[in-house]
Ligand binder design. Structure first.
Ligand code: GAF
Length: 378
């Protein structure tokens, strides 16, 4: 494997890691200033890095064709860097645009976060870069700031209008916990999620498909939510109370907007229900809430796809406690809550069903709540 010194002809100053995530519940709520509940995966993007005094950024990713990308910090502009390097370059741009006086850097990336799987490989590379540049330049930025700058990079440099779910998950999750995050003010609580103690497992099923219209459809959904909020005279859909939902829906003329609003308002309520159950030590009872969330994403928000629907249908028929797509949708991954004794059989049932449907075999693995971004020993 290529090492930092072979590539850059010098020793690294440090090593930083930032994880991918799954979202337990609270989907497409973040850009509506609602609630989310992610936890970090053990899979990380690792950034081995050293600062440079000449204002240049040299970026290299193991496992990506195309060699080293070199750019001058002074020349960075939105849309100016193609491909994967736009994410770390965008973070450097966002740091400087926010007034942070950073120098250049040599950074070698290495990742085991599956890409295109809805598990936040983009946020992981952004947050790993933000933490590395923060430490290399003595900025000491807290997790909220690392997440906000990473989101800014993705929104305004890469051009993807995401919310802050993925970046906050990567920057601030804690091992053994699920993060209950209010995306309005980034208020949060680490909620113990010791599934194994209750004989439970949470499986990730990566369908290994990503439908090509995903990015455009994401932007459309966001615009529809904003149209719904405007029609209801509230700043964000977060401001529509669940008890007032029927009244709100009656005031909306556009059928698609009405369904998007119903998803967001009921999804925020589902986050509250999951929190209540976890706080009461009743984790196995969250299963039906997850499945209900999937139906809402499939029917009202229309961001699922046949492969994800098949995972949920087959897993539940095979005895899962509940299942749902996770992340933005249109492919990517689903999560499945199972009794530990049933995990193997349910995984096999899903894999067999994919074979019978003529789909590529999915990747099934257990999701273990893991730490957020951190510096590691070299
Ligand atoms: C993607 C986005 F990047 C997040 O901000 C969030 O909106 C998610 O889709 C859906 O909940 O992961």
């Amino acid at each position: 494997m290529t090492t930092f010194d072979e590539l850059f002809g010098r020793d690294p100053e440090g090593l930083w890691a930032a994880p991918g995530r799954v979202n337990l519940i609270g989907e497409h709520t973040d850009y509506n200033e609602g609630y989310v509940m992610p936890f970090a995966l053990p899979h990380t993007v690792r950034a081995t890095a050293a600062g440079r005094a000449d204002g240049r950024l040299r970026l290299h990713s193991l496992g990506v064709e195309g060699g080293t990308v070199e750019v001058a910090l002074d020349g960075l502009a939105p849309g100016g860097v193609p491909g994967w390097a736009a994410y770390p370059a965008g973070v450097a741009w966002a740091l400087r645009d926010a007034g942070h006086d950073i120098g250049g850097a040599d950074i070698l990336f290495d990742s085991d976060v599956p890409t295109g799987a809805g598990l936040s490989s983009s946020a992981a590379i952004e947050v790993a870069t933000a933490l590395a540049l923060s430490d290399l330049n003595g900025l000491g930025l807290p997790p909220d700031e690392l997440a906000r700058l990473s989101q800014r990079a993705e929104n305004d440099f890469v051009g993807m209008p995401c919310g802050i779910l993925d970046q906050m998950a990567s920057a601030s999750c804690s091992a053994g916990h699920v993060l209950h995050l209010d995306t309005r003010d980034l208020g949060r609580r680490q909620v113990p999620f010791a599934m194994a103690l209750e004989g439970l497992r949470l499986l990730v099923v990566d369908t290994q498909v990503k439908h090509s219209h995903a990015d455009g459809a994401y932007a459309t959904r966001r615009a529809e939510c904003e149209a719904g909020a405007a029609a209801l005279g509230v700043p964000y859909l977060r401001d529509v109370a669940h008890e007032k939902l029927a009244d709100a829906l009656g005031r909306l003329e556009d059928e698609a907007v009405r369904r998007r609003v119903r998803h967001v308002v009921t999804e925020n309520r589902r986050v509250e229900r999951v929190i209540e159950l976890l706080d009461a030590g009743r984790a196995r009872e969250i299963g039906p809430v997850l499945t209900e969330g999937h139906a809402s994403l499939r029917d009202d928000f229309e961001v699922s796809c046949p492969e994800l629907d098949l995972v949920v249908e087959v897993a539940n028929a095979a005895g899962a406690l509940g299942a749902r797509m996770t992340g933005g949708g249109f492919g990517g991954s689903a999560i499945v809550l199972v009794d530990e004794d049933a995990a193997g059989a349910i995984g096999t049932a899903v894999t067999d069903a994919f074979g019978a449907a003529g789909y590529r075999a999915p990747r099934v693995f257990e999701a273990i709540p893991s730490p957020g971004a951190r510096r590691l020993p070299l």
